[in-house]
Design a protein around this ligand. Structure first.
Ligand code: SF4
Length: 227
């Protein structure tokens, strides 16, 4: 899963890389966070059984028509994707319209703005939950210190230099992907952070058992119920 700074898919080299990775026999899933602002012509070269997208709609930067049009291309090409929107109350109308325009089998998730939750009106919170059945799951800071987490064992974060970290949230490197013996650093260890509050982290916390909710869609954030 690529988690780029900024939008990566506007660059042809990211498009080609994703398409190539999706055909490798040892790659089960390749996915990327994107705002779908790019051309989707390259999708034709990708393997739809392997490529998946984590798409986000930004009502302040894109139009609904343009975004939905891109989603329709993905649906036509058989690419699995989820759609996310930041849970600001001022986006309610745009989010409701987006939900109406997407087929029901496309998962629309609301990214909870944790810093603003104490001020969020109960009605807004209920609205977000009514559209995203997993919204409340994303409103938590999960106590993770000392808890067992797959990050560092079956899940790792790798930067451009090959440095391996357990996850995005623990800065200490545990090895390097270019070390021939890199697999020796992959083992279960307790979390060293107090809490974990981002989907790409807490979905790997063993005690939450979220693999039972997301199954093979855990990277692109597509729950089993929508697969
Ligand atoms: S619980 Fe979160 S912060 Fe802790 S190791 Fe797992 S992903 Fe990283």
């Amino acid at each position: 899963m690529f988690t780029p700074w900024g939008e990566a898919l506007i660059h042809s080299w990211y498009q080609q890389t994703l398409a190539r990775l999706s055909h490798l026999p040892n790659v089960r899933k390749v996915t990327i966070q994107t705002n779908l602002s790019c051309s989707l012509d390259w999708i034709e070269q990708a393997n739809p059984d392997c490529l998946a997208l984590w798409a986000t709609f930004h009502p302040e930067w894109s139009t609904l028509d343009r975004f939905v049009e891109k989603c329709e291309i993905l649906l036509d090409r058989g690419i699995r994707f989820s759609v996310g929107v930041v849970g600001f109350p001022q986006f309610r109308e745009a989010i409701a319209t987006l939900r109406q325009r997407l087929p029901q089998n496309v998962y629309l998730w609301i990214n909870a703005v944790k810093a603003e939750l104490p001020q969020l009106a109960a009605e807004d919170r209920a609205f977000f939950q009514s559209l995203d059945p997993l919204y409340e799951l994303n409103t938590q800071h999960y106590f993770s210190l000392g808890k067992s987490c797959r990050a560092g064992a079956s899940v790792i974060s790798v930067d451009g230099e090959g440095n391996i970290r357990r996850c995005h949230f623990i800065k200490e490197a545990i090895g390097n992907l270019y070390d021939p013996a890199f697999e020796s650093v992959l083992f279960e260890r307790p979390c060293t952070n107090e809490t974990c509050h981002c989907h790409i982290g807490y979905v790997h916390l063993d005690e939450l058992e979220l693999e039972k909710v997301f199954g093979s869609g855990i990277l692109e954030r597509v729950p089993i119920a929508y697969q």
